[in-house]
Structures are given as structure tokens and as C-alpha cells.
Write a protein that binds this ligand. Structure first.
Ligand SMILES: [Zn+2]
Length: 228
């Protein structure tokens, strides 16, 4: 039985240069997968543009199967926002890319267990992609396109805080969002808050200010607004 430290040490060479959120998520993924009986190794992290170009050439101008559709600068690996993983076999050395392997015999493929934990940690899994499936690949792109990254755009401080809170399982200090003042014809009617681009407001205060009657049906969990 491999210890967690043994498992962790296998990946340490691939964690340099990762975005702090991806680094934290990678560490948590190794730990959570291990706790489920699935040791993994991070097999790729930050990739330089030259390394990416060499990989793109494979299967095109160089021998081997095609493994990526991304040229240098076009992969989230090039910005420290992606990692690849494989299953670490009980000998602590060899790796497996067998997505149906069930090493811990819990009748769930180990690969699926890792993908599940990864998504809990905020990663997007390449196995969910429709056009080009990349079962080893996990990324957190913060909603930024490659072009935005190329032009130097970075995740916001709030995005980073929220992502770290999710990974650490602690409430983010964005809890409750940004406070909003809600007015009707210049008069304050309620306090609200803004979160993820949506403005939240107490429905009764707003609806009654607009002349509607508000009732709540607990059985169907329905808020009913009636205007005459
Ligand atoms: Zn990848």
C-alpha cells in the first residue's frame, strides 16, 4: 500500500509554474483520489510554447499519433491552467491510462472517480469534451479564452478567492455577493446583492412596491404574484 506522501512525491516534478488555484486543486485531487483508494500521478503541468509546438507536430510533421489540436500558446497548459493525470499502479512506479480499470474494486472505474473529484474541485474534464476527448486533461480556465490569455488577461482576484474557497471547502468572503441598493422611481425599496452577474432582491419588497400581491405556497415551493 502506497502512502499518501509517496503518491504525492510522484507528482511534485510537474507542479512548478502552475497557477496557484490549479496547484491547490491538483494537490487536493491527489489527496481526495487517494482517500477513495485511487492513487494518481500528475503527468503534465505547465508546458512551454516550444514544448507545445513539438507536441502539435506529433502526428503531423513528426511520427506518432496526434495528441493535441493546440499549437504553442493555444493550450491552457501554456498558461499553467491545466494538468494531465494518469493512474499510479500499486508498484508506485508504473502508470495506467486504462479508463475502465477498477483497482480499488468498488465497481466504479478509477478514472471516473478521479474525474468526479476533479469536477468537484472546479476542473473542467477533457473526457467531457465532444469533439476531441482528452481523458487525462483537467483545466480551470476561469472562463477566459486563449485569445484573452494571449493578450495578458488574468483571472480576477475574486475568481481566485472563490476557487480557493471551493477547493478548501471554506465559505468564500464573496458570500452574499456585492451589496445592491434597489430603488423604485428614486425611492429605496430594498437591499439586494449581486452574484455571478445576477441581481438578487427580496421578491416581496419589490413586487409589493410595484403593486402586486405576493403569496407563497410551501407545498409546491411557489411564489405567486398577482396583479389586478
Ligand atoms: Zn492536458
Amino acid at each position: 500500500m502506497l502512502t499518501l506522501d509517496q503518491v504525492k512525491s510522484k507528482s511534485s516534478g510537474w507542479l512548478g509554474g502552475l497557477h496557484p488555484v490549479v496547484l491547490a486543486a491538483a494537490g487536493a485531487l491527489i489527496q481526495r483520489s487517494y482517500a477513495r483508494g485511487v492513487p494518481i500521478m500528475i503527468t503534465q503541468g505547465l508546458r512551454t510554447i516550444a514544448e507545445q509546438n513539438a507536441l502539435y507536430a506529433q502526428g503531423r510533421t513528426k511520427k506518432g499519433p496526434i495528441v493535441t489540436n493546440a499549437r504553442g500558446g493555444e493550450s491552457y497548459h501554456n498558461y499553467g491552467l491545466a494538468i494531465d493525470f494518469a493512474l499510479l499502479l500499486p508498484d508506485g512506479t508504473n502508470l495506467s491510462w486504462d479508463t475502465s480499470r477498477d483497482g480499488d474494486r468498488d465497481k466504479t472505474a478509477d478514472w471516473q472517480e478521479v474525474a468526479y473529484e476533479a469536477k468537484q474541485l472546479g476542473f473542467e474534464w477533457g473526457g467531457d469534451w465532444t469533439s476531441f476527448k482528452d481523458y487525462s486533461h483537467l483545466e480551470n480556465n476561469f472562463g477566459l479564452s486563449i485569445n484573452q490569455l494571449k493578450s495578458g488577461k488574468l483571472p480576477t482576484v475574486q475568481q481566485v478567492k472563490d476557487a480557493l474557497a471551493r477547493i478548501n471547502g471554506t465559505p468564500s468572503d464573496s458570500e452574499g455577493g456585492t451589496k445592491l441598493l434597489i430603488t423604485l422611481n428614486g425611492q429605496k425599496i430594498a437591499d439586494g446583492y449581486l452574484e455571478d452577474g445576477t441581481a438578487y432582491a427580496p421578491v416581496r419588497a419589490v413586487a409589493e412596491a410595484l403593486g402586486a400581491k405576493v403569496t407563497y405556497d410551501a407545498a409546491t415551493k411557489t411564489v405567486k404574484l398577482v396583479t389586478d
